[in-house]
Design a protein around this ligand. Structure first.
Ligand code: ZN
Length: 175
């Protein structure tokens, strides 16, 4: 693919170094003011093209993905019981659980130990709900996505990359 044909969005911010984001499947270049996007595209072309290929595969698989039908009550009950189970398992106490509509992530966990769950999780199969909540509560042990964090995840889910891909597919299906 030609560099200028790689679809991307630009965002200029008051930062020192450029960064590349693929948060919701779209390529976003976050650049310091006055920075030439071509430089970033050129430098990371291989990585970007690999990501795009991954996302195109997910988009294709999203077409045939079945979404789960459950009521709001069922959804909240499952989340509460999973959160309780996992917080015991990881020995990390949770404070509150909030349900919200979020545009860029499935869930988050704050330093105040509040778990926020994206309403879109309602459509996910239970094994993915389990994985997401485990992932978020594990962040109470390790905030960043570093080696230690993925070590905690891998101990429990040796196929977590498969689950991460499945989550991407579902994102395209329901978001
Ligand atoms: Zn995370």
């Amino acid at each position: 693919m030609e560099l200028n044909k790689i679809p991307h969005e630009l965002s200029y911010r008051n930062i020192k170094y450029p960064r590349i984001e693929f948060k919701t499947g779209k390529l976003l270049l976050v650049l310091p003011f006055g920075f030439d996007p071509e430089i970033v595209l050129k430098k990371h072309k291989k990585w970007i093209l690999k990501k795009i290929e991954f996302i195109e595969g997910c988009l294709k698989d999203a077409e045939n993905k079945d979404i789960v039908k459950r009521t709001e009550k069922e959804f909240r009950e499952i989340i509460h019981s999973l959160a309780e189970r996992i917080s015991e398992e990881l020995d990390e106490k949770l404070n509150k659980i909030y349900f919200k509509s979020m545009k860029t992530k499935w869930a988050s966990c704050s330093a105040k130990r509040n778990l926020t769950v994206n309403q879109l999780m309602k459509f996910l199969p239970e094994h993915l709900l389990y994985y997401i909540i485990f992932h978020e509560i594990a962040h109470l042990k390790q905030k960043r996505h570093n080696e230690r964090f993925w070590g905690i995840i891998e101990k429990k889910f040796d196929d977590y990359d498969v689950l991460e891909r499945e989550l991407f597919i579902y994102w395209f299906r329901v978001a």
